[in-house]
Structures are given as structure tokens and as C-alpha cells.
Design a protein around this ligand. Structure first.
Ligand SMILES: CC(C)(COP(=O)(O)OP(=O)(O)OC[C@H]1O[C@@H](n2cnc3c(N)ncnc32)[C@H](O)[C@@H]1OP(=O)(O)O)[C@@H](O)C(=O)NCCC(=O)NCCS
Length: 155
């Protein structure tokens, strides 16, 4: 799970800005069958959610949005550019979110994931998240709606 960092000198995290949204949406629309809309990102930024871009010398590697409320962090979106997946970058981005959340006194992180999203479920299992329940009909689906699996881990 070690990240391959081809250009470590320019590797880093920057807060997401409205001017990043064209690039973010281009990735979002490639990685999800039911992507967030521009409005979802605009609302997240306007609400002050912890929103990050991760990039290196070759450009954007991925992004994430996390809501911090009292001692809880809620992971709302984490996405890695398709060509850069399975190289450890999602793990590096998630570790960044853990560090940010801890620095804001969060003691646990919650998330929802589609049961059909095998890669994401394996990713969260690998990072110590455990299932604590389901939210029926949470996600739109090609036929009807799909439940969300709710997962949590301590920070
Ligand atoms: C989920 C996601 C963020 C993971 O990022 P990533 O950079 O590809 O993940 P990593 O390379 O850090 O993988 C870490 C671990 O996750 C698991 N994993 C990641 N991708 C996987 C895949 N396609 N299939 C099975 N397991 C996978 C593995 O256990 C892996 O550890 P290993 O490399 O030692 O086997 C990425 O696949 C993604 O952006 N998916 C599309 C968006 C999405 O579904 N986001 C989550 C919504 S809830």
C-alpha cells in the first residue's frame, strides 16, 4: 500500500477552491455513475466543509470532502483520478483527512458507501472501518434506489 510518488517535490494538499470545480467535476463524472453536481461541491465549500485537493507535479491526484461536527468527522467524498488509482494515493489522502480531523478534536470518522462499490469497501476495510448499519434507499441506482452501508472507525 506504499504510494508511488513520481514528483515528491511538488506533492501536497491544498484546500479546494471554487476555481477548482471544473477539474474536480471532470473527475467526479468519470469515477461515479451518480456523480455529485457542481451545486453539491459549491454547497460544501460554502458550508466550510474540509475540502482538499491532492496533487503532484503531474496534476490533480484526487480530492476529498469531509464534514466536521463536534467530535465526529463525516467523510462525504473521496475520489482518486482513475489513472492514478491503486497506487496508494487514496490511502495517503485518507491519512491526511485523519490528521485534519484529529487536529479538530474529532475522535471518530463515519461514512456511507454503496454495498456494490467493491473497491471502496475493500479500501475502507483496509483502513479499519467497520460496518455499523444501513441507511435504506440512500443512493439513486439504475433501478430504484440502493441502501448505504454506514461505516465508522476511531481516530
Ligand atoms: C476508493 C478509492 C478512493 C481508493 O483509492 P486508491 O488510491 O485506488 O486506493 P489505494 O491504492 O490507497 O488502496 C488501498 C487499499 O484499498 C483496497 N483497494 C483499493 N482499490 C481497490 C480495488 N479496485 N479493488 C480491491 N481493493 C482495492 C486494497 O486493500 C488496497 O490495499 P493494497 O494495495 O495493499 O491491496 C478509489 O478507488 C476511487 O477513487 N474510487 C472511485 C470513487 C469512490 O468510489 N470513492 C469512494 C466512495 S464511498
Amino acid at each position: 500500500m506504499s504510494a508511488v510518488l513520481p514528483n515528491t517535490a511538488r506533492f501536497g494538499f491544498v484546500p479546494m477552491k471554487p476555481s477548482d470545480l471544473d477539474a474536480v467535476l471532470a473527475v467526479e463524472q468519470r469515477v461515479y455513475a451518480f456523480p455529485w453536481t457542481r451545486g453539491n461541491f459549491v454547497d460544501s465549500l460554502a458550508s466550510g466543509y474540509s475540502s482538499w485537493l491532492m496533487r503532484d507535479g503531474e496534476g490533480m491526484l484526487g480530492y476529498a470532502v469531509m464534514m466536521l461536527v463536534l467530535d465526529e468527522a463525516h467523510l462525504l467524498n473521496i475520489s482518486i483520478v482513475p489513472e492514478r488509482q491503486q497506487a496508494g494515493f487514496g490511502s495517503v489522502l485518507l491519512e491526511h483527512l485523519f490528521a485534519v480531523a484529529r487536529s479538530q478534536a474529532a475522535v471518530r470518522m463515519l461514512l456511507e458507501v454503496r454495498p456494490s462499490n467493491v473497491a471502496a469497501r475493500a479500501f475502507y476495510d483496509r483502513h479499519g472501518f467497520v460496518g455499523i448499519g444501513e441507511r435504506p434507499g440512500y443512493y439513486p441506482a439504475h433501478q430504484g434506489r440502493e441502501a448505504a452501508l454506514v461505516m465508522v472507525r476511531s481516530l
